[in-house]
Write a protein that binds this ligand. Structure first.
Ligand SMILES: [Zn+2]
Length: 329
């Protein structure tokens, strides 16, 4: 694809495209064009008003980080394939059981074989290399609400950056099939001590390209930078995952732990000294042993408090599932 192709073939509007984009979605005219042939209508989860999101973000930063300042706010409409599959997994193995019969311990090997038959939906991100902060949480909420997605209309994404998909339908289906096979194997391994074989046959029933609004933001507090991923869907403006500064209390706890560990060492030194009968030590050595640890403890406490500021906590308000069971077969 050369430079001139970075325009919508339908309306000519300039479009930001990665070199690997195979399904272009034009935020100006709403056209969606697949470079591998075929046209279809992408769906979209309705975007929240940008002002509402901005104030929710500012409120969040104000609550979580005093003197925090909101920096970059990116309003993105990101591509997912939601692939619905019928998956049948046959498995065969055994489970080991131990227990007591009266007073004697027994161990039993119970054959474990069966079939999982399910309708599932799998969320596949439409980009190959570039992730977004909070991607697993976004997949999880999209799986809970994809039925409510509507036909794409450019009016809905004014001021948002619409990102095209680098995966076409066929690739998305392949990715979803292997994902559901992995998921079923994981469940079988949970039940079994040993799995002899586990084979999944999955058939795609539908594959839809669904655009989901996500807000990636960054804020600064105490000279450090923290990331926030907001749910951009209408009526739900809340952070899905966010990095938070360590609290004063958390910092104090780390400092206290560091002090306590050094004091414990100093106590051990004193005890050892008594055991070893070393009262005849020169006074400098005696001073070093008794005065050294408290000084060290103070230094360690300060160091602990300092290193604590280097890190952050992470708040998660959504799960991380990318497979949802829709029902039995
Ligand atoms: Zn266009």
């Amino acid at each position: 694809m050369d430079e001139d192709d970075n325009r919508c073939p339908n309306c000519g509007a300039p479009i930001e495209l990665s070199p690997d984009t195979v399904v272009l979605v034009c935020g100006y005219c709403g056209a969606s064009v697949s470079y591998v042939g075929g046209t279809f209508t992408p769906l979209i989860v309705e975007c929240e008003d940008k002002g509402v999101i901005r104030s929710a973000l500012e409120r969040f930063v104000g609550e979580k980080a005093r003197s925090g300042v909101l920096k970059d706010v990116k309003y993105l409409v990101v591509p997912f394939w939601i692939v619905e599959l019928e998956a049948v997994t046959k498995y065969n193995g055994y489970a080991e059981e131990t227990g007591y019969k009266g007073k004697s311990l027994y161990r039993e090997y119970r054959p474990l074989r069966g079939t999982i038959r399910e309708r599932v939906a799998v969320a596949v991100y439409g980009r190959r290399f570039e992730g977004i902060f909070g991607l697993s949480q976004v997949k999880s909420i999209l799986l809970s609400r994809f039925e409510a997605a509507q036909p794409f209309n450019p009016e809905m994404v004014k001021g948002w950056s619409v990102i095209g998909s680098e995966l076409d339908e066929v690739e998305a289906i392949e990715a979803a099939k292997s994902r559901v096979a992995d998921e079923h194997r994981r469940r079988v391994e949970e039940m079994a001590t040993k799995v002899f074989d586990c084979y999944t046959d999955a058939e795609a029933r539908a594959a839809r390209l669904i655009l989901h609004p996500v807000v990636e933001a960054r804020y600064e507090s105490g000279g450090k930078s923290y990331r926030v991923c907001m749910d951009g869907a209408r009526g739900t403006a809340r952070p899905l995952v966010a990095e938070l500064p360590i609290t004063v209390r958390g910092r104090a706890a780390r400092a206290a732990a560091a002090v306590a560990s050094v004091l414990a060492i100093s106590l051990a030194a004193v005890v050892l000294q008594q055991i070893a009968f070393v009262e005849d030590l020169p006074v400098e050595v005696w001073l070093a042993v008794t005065a050294g640890p408290p000084l060290l403890a103070t230094a360690a406490g300060a160091f602990g408090a300092y290193t604590a500021t280097q890190e952050h906590r992470v708040l998660k308000s959504a799960g991380e599932a990318d497979v949802r069971v829709l029902g039995g077969l």
